[in-house]
Design a protein around this ligand. Structure first.
Ligand code: G3P
Length: 217
């Protein structure tokens, strides 16, 4: 499963890219706003740091505006993926941009039927928001399992499942077991994946015994 980082914070992206575990980045207008930086500048810098796919979201809501903005975003760097919302105009723009060879991440997906439409529109990625479904007591991981099962029924559906709105390490574990293609992780969740108290306890004990025995390498 590919790991993308869900942030526009350059320091976090640099720190996590250095681990060799980061395959791409996703942003959205809220994350760009939080960065406090000029949209195109921060996307260009992210694309320089991470060679993998970097999602940048349009703010237009009409077909013509989405296609126009999408082309401007793709012109920033070769690894820009255009993020489009799951609306009829977004789906039409997905078809138009993908027919021209552009990569599209269809976002704000909350149902299996929406994911089917995105795949039929030629989306490169579909972003189901599991955390926001959990927030309203709907099991977000059930949606991921349904989309996986549905896509696996049809060879023609090539869209990759990009699990988004991830809130915990459990979401990552469940996504990998289901067979999602990508998980986009907030920096704190990615950092938490390696942490276990028994690992820390065991390492401390090993090092204490090594020091007592005067072990040198
Ligand atoms: O960036 C898309 C998605 O990951 C947003 O997640 O935490 O705002 O629901 P969140």
């Amino acid at each position: 499963m590919k790991f993308f980082v869900d942030t526009a914070d350059i320091a976090d992206i640099k720190e996590l890219a250095a681990t060799g575990m980061v395959d791409g980045v996703t942003t959205n207008p809220s994350l760009i706003a939080k960065s406090g930086r000029e949209f195109k500048d921060v996307i260009a810098e992210i694309c320089d740091i991470v060679p993998g796919d970097v999602s940048a979201e349009v703010v237009a809501t009409d077909f013509d505006g989405m296609v126009s903005e999408g082309k401007k975003l793709m012109a920033i760097a070769s690894n820009v993926v255009v993020k489009l919302p799951l609306t009829w105009d977004g789906l039409k723009a997905t078809r138009a941009l993908s027919d021209e060879g552009g990569k599209v991440n269809v976002t704000l997906c909350f149902s299996t039927n929406q994911a089917l439409l995105a795949a039929k529109a030629g989306a490169t990625y579909i972003s189901p928001f599991v955390g926001r479904l959990d927030d309203i007591n709907i099991d977000g991981m059930e949606l991921i399992a349904e989309i996986r099962a549905m896509y696996d029924n049809y060879d023609a559906l090539k869209t990759e499942i990009l699990v988004a709105s991830i809130r915990s390490a459990n979401h990552v574990r469940q996504s990998a077991i289901i067979g999602a293609d990508v998980a986009t992780l907030p920096p704190n969740v990615l950092k938490s994946l390696a942490v276990h108290p028994l690992t820390d306890k065991g390492l401390s004990a090993f090092l204490a015994d090594a020091e007592k025995a005067g072990i040198k390498v």
